[in-house]
Structure formats: structure tokens, C-alpha cells
Design a protein. Structure first.
Length: 81
């Protein structure tokens, strides 16, 4: 899992291919692996992590992707604050 997906960690190469960068927070995931809840950027942090979940998986990264796509479509911050 990347655990810190945000627009700042996404780049495009000269062919238009999306590249993810900054894997400093990346971790392996699994049913028995406990994670910290404070690694996601707050604006892209999934609700289950905000509510204190210590066990989570790739779906948490997908929440961040959804927030980023919403910002691209709306052309403004999806969850300001």
C-alpha cells in the first residue's frame, strides 16, 4: 500500500503515463498487520482510518484515488478544511 496518495505524489512522464512517487510511507498489507492511522494526508484519509481502524488494506488507497479524481472533475478541493 502507498498510504500517502495525494496530487503531490503523482507525476506524468513525457508519454502521459501516470507515475506514483514518494514511497516513504508504503507498507505491506495483510490481515494480521497492524498499521498506524496517521500516515495518510488528512484530506485523503479514509473514514475508517479517521475512526481509528488499525487494520486496513488497499481499499484505503482507493479512497484517496477517489478523492483525487473528484478534485480533478470539480477543479477544487473535495474535502476542504
Amino acid at each position: 500500500m502507498h498510504r500517502d496518495l495525494k496530487p503531490d505524489n503523482m507525476m506524468f512522464d513525457n508519454t502521459g503515463t501516470l507515475k506514483l512517487i514518494d514511497f516513504g510511507m508504503a507498507k505491506q498489507f495483510g490481515a494480521d498487520i497492524q498499521h498506524s492511522q496517521f500516515h495518510f494526508t488528512l484530506a485523503y484519509r479514509p473514514p475508517e482510518i479517521i475512526l481509528g481502524a488499525k487494520y486496513y488494506g488497499p481499499a484505503s488507497d482507493m479512497w484517496s484515488v477517489g478523492c483525487i479524481l473528484a478534485e480533478v472533475v470539480m477543479r477544487q478541493v473535495f474535502f476542504p478544511g
